[in-house]
Design a binder for this molecule. Structure first.
Ligand SMILES: C=C(O[C@@H]1C=C(C(=O)O)C=C[C@H]1O)C(=O)O
Length: 445
């Protein structure tokens, strides 16, 4: 066998970088529903909250990676794609121009391929500004506003079927982890904490929705978005849900995060006790401890990358339709690097994931104990999900309160709970059910 010269070897080893052409044009303001009017296809890519956000149609290019380098590989790929791209974007808003929707696995050991997808068409909205971005898959396609609108109209003609929700023949069955298995792993987790191996651990379980007819993804997403208005509703290549937790948002030089930890089920709350949530969360030592560990894990990792950080002294109580959470919004000013650049959303995701809100403290030991005790592959659950644009702006939530569509009639739901020394297995099991409620309601199962 002849060994090719070095240049050729490299060309073979690294996947070819696509030469993208992309055009963004501002559009008239949307209706009051905003982006929701466009959530009509089952295969769209979505990141949205209160009618703002981005929806993607079609696929121009994608990149997949696995293992411990999955974030770095994705970032390098995206940087090369952007460096090679021809971009026309007169708007200077984060989220305009070409962008990639992305979903990363929770663990480097997962068989789930982390993925970045650049859609052919993106429709976006921030308040009264809205736009369309066209990044054709075909290198010879005409790149103009007319071609973009024509392609969008074509894609919107193929809307998905609505599904009758009140069906009795759908079933929710045990996943890889049974309820008893979960109780046992929580008890073992508490024992590991008591033995001094770690301070906090997040243990999750799954359940499978078996549907009698194919899931109507668009319908489910609209319901999640309408009902969970304070959450970010996402859909990336079969991963769907509505998350209350922002791992990191980067807009220019500013990074923000919403840290959650500490949960109270609203379904079992007493009536006529307006102070209940505050007392049981803000006034409870176990919940406060769990929350503080999640904040510490974020601020410690963020610290070296920022020149200033605002982290509130007291968490607030976030009320969602299913649960209350202890929540803290952290804001930081990103520090300039020697070359004058600041960290991008993907840089920060790599550094911040996983926080103690979904893994534990200390991180490395918690990861090991999760692998020992949990007994399942989390796949993209509890991993970063969101988008990144050409300037490095982006929003990455933690993929919670969601599921993975394994086939049209099968959706795997996931939920987990922070375990500390004072945790009781039965209470954590009940909490995991409360966290599956958004998806169960939207699926009516
Ligand atoms: C792990 C999940 O949620 C996380 C765990 C929480 C807790 O233990 O109190 C609260 C919010 C999230 O950070 C999940 O929803 O699956």
């Amino acid at each position: 066998m002849t060994i090719p010269p070095r240049g050729q070897q490299e060309a073979v080893a690294s996947p070819a970088i696509p030469l993208l052409r992309s055009l963004t044009v501002e559009r008239p303001p949307m209706s009051d529903h905003g982006l929701l009017d466009y959530v009509v296809r089952d295969d769209s890519l979505l990141w949205g909250r209160r009618g703002d956000g981005m929806i993607g149609f079609g696929e121009s290019v994608r990149f997949e990676s696995t293992g411990s380098e999955r974030f770095a590989l994705a970032r390098d790929w995206w940087n090369s794609v952007i460096a090679a791209a021809k971009v026309e974007n007169p708007m200077e808003l984060p989220g305009t121009g070409p962008l990639a929707f992305a979903s990363f696995s929770f663990s480097y050991t997962s068989t789930y391929a982390s993925r970045m997808i650049v859609p052919e068409i993106i429709v976006g909205r921030t308040g009264d500004r809205s736009w369309i971005t066209y990044t054709p898959a075909d290198p010879l396609a005409e790149l103009s506003i007319n071609a973009a609108e024509a392609r969008l109209a074509e894609l919107l003609e193929e809307v998905s079927e609505e599904r009758e929700l009140s069906r009795g023949d759908d079933r929710l069955v045990a996943g890889t982890v049974s309820e008893d298995g979960y109780l046992e792993s929580v008890a073992k987790g508490v024992a590991a904490i008591e033995a001094g191996r770690l301070t906090k651990l997040v243990l999750a379980r799954d359940a499978v929705a078996e549907l009698a007819s194919p899931i109507a993804v668009a319908q489910v997403l609209r319901q999640l978005a309408l009902r969970y208005a304070d959450c970010w509703t996402y859909s990336v290549d079969g991963l769907i849900g509505t998350t209350p937790e922002m791992l990191v948002e980067v807009k220019g030089q500013v990074a923000r995060a919403r840290v959650l930890a500490g949960t109270l089920d609203r379904a079992t709350a007493p009536a006529n006790d307006p102070d209940y949530a505050h007392r049981m969360l803000s006034g409870d030592e176990k919940q406060r401890h769990e929350h503080q560990l999640a904040i510490d894990s974020l601020t410690e990792e963020l610290g070296p990358l920022v020149s200033g950080m605002d982290s509130p002294a007291e968490p607030f109580v976030l009320q969602l339709p299913n649960v209350w959470h202890l929540a803290s919004d952290v804001e930081a000013r990103l520090r300039e690097r020697a070359d004058g650049s600041t960290p991008t959303a993907l840089d920060l995701v790599e550094v911040l994931h996983p926080t103690a809100a979904v893994c534990g403290t200390p991180t490395k030991i918690a990861g090991e104990v999760i692998r020992e005790l949990e007994g399942m592959d989390r796949g993209p659950y509890a991993g970063p999900v969101g988008w990144v644009d050409a300037a490095g702006n982006g929003e990455f939530g933690i993929a919670l309160r969601g599921g993975v569509i394994e086939s049209p009639c099968r959706v795997r739901l996931f939920a987990g709970c922070g375990i500390v020394a004072a945790s009781l297995p039965e209470a954590e099991l009940a909490e995991s059910w409360a966290k599956m409620r958004p998806m169960r309601e939207a699926l009516n199962i």
